[in-house]
Write a protein of this length. Sequence first.
Length: 202
Amino acid sequence: MRPALDREYLATAALALIDSIGLEKFSMRRLGATIGVDPMAAYRHFQDREALFDGVAEAIFGETSPDTLPWESTWPDLAREYCQRLRTALLRHPHAVPVFATRPLRSATSVQVGVRMLAKLEDAGLANADALRILRCLREYTIGHSLSVSTLQLGSQRRSRKPNPSDLSYNTLAHAADQASPEDHFDLGLEAMLRGFLWQFG
């Protein structure tokens, strides 16, 4: 039995279809065919494809399980956990990372999470605007990293021209790239940002 045709179901189905065929091949017609409904049915819940993509972004955000974040911890611990969860959710859906990266989150849940995070930083003595700047920096770092890694997941690394160790052109940059994966610097950068914010704002 098919679940009720509502916004959440359509957004989740759209995300699954993007995962399967890629963003460029996605269409409302394909979505309708995949879930077995008239393609126009989605327009009863979403004004257009962009509105549906807003729902897709919210579906990805929901995978961070914001209610279970460590809200009683310090703000750096809270922010660290959120960024790590967001990165995990985004990289679970590499085709959909650009969807998330190119639109604001507007749902009541995402707004409430933003308000709670701001309050957490303000309770620690940060000014309202500074707290927002910090959260923006962390979000943009996480999304940017995820965009970079997702392109590798989708095959861009095959175009790499890094020389092999046996090549005469093998240099220190190539050697360093062999010692570090494209993904293993996220926690390093995140920790540096959090420590920097703590140093700057006390």
